[in-house]
Design a protein. Sequence first.
Length: 473
Amino acid sequence: MSDELRRALDDLVQGVAAEQDARARAGGGLPISRMTARARRGRVRRAALVSAITACAVLGAAAGGVAVATWDRPSPAPAGPPTRTAVPTPRPTPAPTTDAPTAPRTVLPTGDGSLPFGACGSLVASPTDPPAAPEVVLRLTTAPAAVPRGATVEVRTTLGSSGDIGVVGTGSGPRIVVARDGVVVAVADTYPAAARVDTVNFVYDDPQYPSSAIFVSHITPTVCDAPGAVAGAALPAGDYEVFALSKAWTTPRDELMGLVGDSGWTVQDVAEHLPLEHRSAVSDPVTLRIEPRDVDPATLPPVPTGPPSLEGAGSYSDAYSYPDPCTQAVTPNASEGVLTVAGPAGTVTAGDDVEIRTTYAGSGRLTLRRASDLRLVRDGEVVATTVVTFGREDIDHGTTVTAVAPTSVGRSCSDGATAEMDVPVPPGTYTAYPVTVVSPEGLVAPDGTDVLPRGWEGAAHELVGEPFTLVVP
């Protein structure tokens, strides 16, 4: 109940009580009729009053409610910068593209223990066929030790023998075998199939005149042909083992040395005179790393494909024997040619051996017999030469073979002829010319044509390189 209504009721009650008290004092009773009428009028008045007060209370409560609501609501924070709702930027729909073709994975041969070593897919641990002979010695070197995919590798093999066993080796050279994880994954002949020859080499370990067979060539290792393998593909990156494998025939050394000559023979020819036992020889492995990059074709040297010829190589002589070096001219040849020779540059002090390099730039396969020395010149005249170093190799395009010339001992020259042999070189300063006299013993074209049949010695060519200064203390 509101305060206004309570006060109105109290006033009404007090007023009736006061009137009744006055009448009682005056000696009168209660005026019932007037009391009833007055009460009726009071009820009407009270009802109206209550209605009015109630209406006021309702309005007051409503107003008070609005005030309370307004008072209790927290004041809004000061307006900040307008909030930006991040709208995701629509991504452009990529245009349909065609994926570049993925290079097929190179699949290498898997191991087959039933195959003899050297066959594609054979195991390194498998035996050879025919069996290997410990008296047959085969050495292998490769260069460089690491190459990109698809690059060529230079391989040098030397076939020798030990003890009193002589060896008849194939003139075509060994087979080059490349293995990975103990499985043969690539094989290559020393020379292309078209350049194979039927002639053989005589190899023996003689204390005075040892004989060996040396082959130098350039191959590109590719995956060999085996079930499931990608034949012809470049070897993938990784480390490999390279072996040389050669077929050979053994016979007593002294009897082999008794045969006249060592050129132009076939296995059948030798078998008519000596007992032969078919054997194999395997070299120790050499590590080759294939790098994870492809070879740049621009770095590959151009290989001539025309028929090989030694025409114009150095000064030509019809003589088949090596001429006296004291009588020969020492005019350097052109630096470019099918056969060139070079020595060191600058100044060399005697006592150190000098390397003489002979390089073949022709096509096909050349069997080369050579003799290298230094011609020592004063005032335009040959006054001494070093000891002659001999060699014989089968080589192909780009091959360089070397000879080591001692600088402290040689022969003296007088009046254009040899005066003394194996004498110390006199002290002094000399103009030294590297010289190689070559006699080709076989020249096979890339298509297999015998330009010069192997075993037939051609005329000599003398090659002279640019000079250097030799100081003999």
